[in-house]
Design a protein around this ligand. Structure first.
Ligand code: DC
Length: 217
């Protein structure tokens, strides 16, 4: 039987992690797990239920009644596919804010560990190499300049018909970087043994090829 391994991909918003991880998964025929989608699904529910991010008790109650899973690459929140609802700027910010609560991270990290322990996976997020799979065989920290990341995110949002300005997207990216890097619980940082890949001047294909060449199946 093929040995199970994990590829951990961390980095800030808009660095290209999910595009790269998805393509690597396809090439290597392993599963891709988008952990950001799990925080986003929870953020969506918090917004929909109008629960305040300042009300920790209410957040705990809501978390206890929340079920998040993946089926065929779709993110499922309480039995409903929500893949098409979680990429808005409001949900991005809600995901970033709720992900700062240690009790929320604890539940989602446990679920992620379970998803990646019995089959080979490439998982992307902020704490995969530092908290979810500290013993992952392959660890990458994917970055790009904040302007380049905002440019990519702005293009993506325009293509989806969102009404946004570049300045707002850049401001949001910087705000999320700040939230993600300064929170007490598993802040975004490069694991000591992760390899940093700056994608500012690289194509997606270059990054995918680079990673695939290193992975020994
Ligand atoms: O990767 P993303 O932009 O979809 O993630 C949305 C938010 O979720 C991000 O601002 C921080 C949080 N997140 C996290 O804290 N830990 C992860 N493993 C993945 C995402």
């Amino acid at each position: 039987m093929e040995k199970v391994f994990q590829i951990a991909v961390d980095g800030p918003s808009g660095a290209g992690k999910s595009t790269v991880a998805k393509a690597v998964a396809k090439k290597l025929n392993i599963e891709y797990i988008d952990t950001g989608a799990m925080y986003r699904a929870l953020g969506l529910k918090i917004l929909d239920m109008s629960v305040s991010m300042d009300d920790e008790d209410a957040l705990r109650t809501l978390l206890g009644k929340t079920d998040i899973d993946f089926v065929d690459g779709n993110i499922i929140l309480d039995g409903q596919v929500v893949s098409g609802l979680i990429r808005t700027p409001e949900v991005s910010m809600a995901a970033s804010r709720c992900s700062a609560f240690p009790f929320i991270r604890e539940k989602l990290v446990k679920a992620q560990q379970k998803m990646g322990e019995s089959k080979s996976v490439i998982m992307d997020g902020r704490d995969i190499a530092t908290a979810v799979f500290p013993n992952a065989k392959y660890k990458y920290f994917i970055t790009a300049s904040d302007e380049e990341r905002a440019k990519r995110r702005y293009k993506e949002l325009l293509e989806k018909g969102e009404d946004v300005t570049f300045e707002q997207v850049l401001k949001d990216i910087r705000q999320r970087d700040h939230n993600d890097m300064t929170r007490d619980a598993s802040p975004l940082k490069k694991a000591e043994d992760a390899e940093e890949i700056d994608t500012t001047n690289m194509s997606i294909d270059d990054v995918v090829d680079y990673i695939c060449r290193q992975v020994k199946l």
